[in-house]
Design a binder for this molecule. Structure first.
Ligand code: KIV
Ligand code: ZN
Length: 511
């Protein structure tokens, strides 16, 4: 059976999803989890775009072992040099070079002709060869490129030393039959194709990304580029969990598998969703809340008689425990720690686990049932908090509202360790709180989105708030949960402000 390499680009293309910006520590946390998931390659960023991206790729390369670490570069020396510098301490480092090959990109974006792009591609690969033997070349917008020109570029970059050639469907334009024909065409027409791995990278603009990827695997593609939860530019990328589980579920059909430790999928999905603030839709394949929920009576009856009647996947294979209601008042520290690991919190210190356990015990005195979401709330809101000296944090909040008076908020914040307080009114209690925070922090950001939902059942449910802020063209998304929805709103806003404060992009992302 062929083994297909999994090239995870959650930290690069995934981060290009509006609002998904991650700081260096967050990227490192995800990279460590991706290594546990056993991906073959982690694309950790686009180092030339900012100091933050450079540092993220460097830290992942310096600290994460057992995986190839890769950075993206345009086909120019300064980008390539920057990637080489960032990945130089990796156990195994890769330079990924991209340049567009479609006439539409050549004419309007690059303003170059085909011969010039070909020459530039070859020159870039030769330059990268000075640093490493592991070079990936991407022909951006390959699916709208002339097929024979694409063959020529592929042949020449392989001659120059590219060991992986990626055929991206950059704008999510192709369909499975056509994409598989293109891969087959390259396999048959490029004389030295056996000297490189053919990679695929699909965007989901028409909802075809996973189908296109699996169709291309059938024709010999040996690497698939994908992201956790399918996040990425616009409609996103091929979802790692979907393509991996498709191969795993249909081994005879594909005669191909991956090295992924599928039991880590659910944790990884949870971690990425928590860090980026991008929720997973309930009906999302493999990891959505409803992926294993059976509503219809006929289906339930079938499942009870024989699981395989209506379930083609075993939830435990992707790391989902049988029951969602997992812990209660009498649960011990061991079970609690185990649950934290399942939820993707592997990197907590013993002290943090003890603190979280104490909070869990206190909460189980207040709430009858403790759900995964409650535990996530404890960890994200009370354990993994910024050190006071790092940014903004909520010290206290008092809100008065009702039918008789204009809502009034009194708020105390710690701003880089200094206590400040403010009173403000608003059209509603959240508005009053946000007005006070705005004044106290002096932020110029604009609130683009505010969403609130109850995340566990009942009136004692936690309220989960997601906010999206925009400042100088940068968009960040953050979330927070609390049994008090006004407190959750304040915390989500403050988390987003902290994210904005931690970003230092100098060059716009994207190619
Ligand atoms: O979509 C795309 O073409 C890309 C390349 C950088 C591979 O993300
Ligand atoms: Zn892409």
């Amino acid at each position: 059976m062929r083994i297909i390499k999994i090239f995870d680009t959650t930290l690069r293309d995934g981060e290009q999803c509006p609002g998904a910006t991650m700081n260096v520590d967050e990227k490192l946390q995800i990279a460590r989890q991706l290594a546990r998931l056993n991906v073959d390659i982690i694309e950790a960023g686009f180092p030339i775009t900012s100091q933050g991206d450079f540092e993220a790729v460097k830290r992942v390369a310096d600290e994460v072992r057992g995986v190839t670490v890769c950075g993206l570069a345009r086909a120019v020396d300064k980008d390539i040099d920057r990637v080489a510098e960032a990945v130089k301490n990796a156990e195994s480092g890769r330079i990924h070079i991209v340049i567009a090959t479609s006439d539409i990109h050549l004419k309007y974006k690059l303003k170059m002709d085909r011969a010039a792009v070909l020459a530039m591609s070859v020159k870039a690969v030769r330059h990268a060869r000075k640093y490493t033997d592991d070079i990936e070349f991407s022909a951006e917008d390959a699916t709208r490129s002339d097929w024979d020109y694409l063959c020529r570029v592929t042949e020449d970059v392989i001659k120059a030393g590219a060991t992986t050639v990626n055929i991206p469907d950059t704008v999510g334009y192709t369909v499975p039959q056509e994409y598989s024909e293109l891969i087959e065409y390259l396999m048959n027409k490029v004389p030295n194709i056996d000297k490189a791995v053919i990679s695929i990278h699909c965007h989901n603009d028409l909802g075809q990304a996973v189908a296109n990827s699996t169709a291309a695997i059938l024709k010999g593609a040996g690497q698939v580029e994908c992201t956790i939860n399918g996040i990425g530019e616009r409609a996103g990328n091929t979802a790692l969990e979907e393509v991996v589980m498709t191969l795993k579920t249909r081994p005879k059909y594909f005669d191909a598998d991956t090295r992924i430790n599928t039991r880590e999928i659910y944790k990884t999905s949870k971690m990425v969703s928590r860090i980026t603030g991008i929720a997973v839709q309930p009906n999302k394949a493999i990891i959505g809340d409803n992926a294993f929920a059976h509503e219809s009576g006929i289906h339930q009856d079938g499942i009870l008689k024989e699981r395989s009647t209506y379930e083609i996947l075993n939830p435990e294979e992707i790391g989902i425990s049988k029951s969602k209601l997992i812990l209660g008042k009498h649960s011990g520290r061991h079970a609690f720690k185990d649950r934290l690991t399942t939820l993707g919190y592997q990197s907590l210190t013993e002290e943090e686990i003890n603190k979280a356990f104490e909070r869990f015990k206190a909460l189980s005195d207040q709430k009858k049932h403790i759900f995964d979401e409650d535990i996530e709330f404890i960890v994200t809101n009370e354990i993994i908090t910024l050190k006071e000296s790092d940014g903004f944090s909520l010290s206290s909040l008092h809100v008065v509202s009702g039918t008789e008076q204009r809502p009034l908020a009194k708020i105390k914040l710690s701003i880089k360790g200094e206590r400040r307080e403010m009173e403000s009114t608003g059209d509603g209690p959240v508005d009053a709180v946000y007005n006070a925070i705005k004044e106290l922090t002096g932020t110029k950001s604009e609130l683009k989105k505010y969403e609130i939902k109850g995340i566990t059942g009942g009136t004692d449910a936690l309220g989960d708030v997601v906010v999206m802020l925009e400042e100088d063209g940068r968009v960040v998304r953050a979330s927070a949960s609390d049994p008090d929805i006004i407190v959750a709103s304040a915390k989500a806003y403050i988390n987003a402000l902290n994210k904005l404060a931690g970003i230092c992009r100098t060059v716009e992302k994207g190619v």
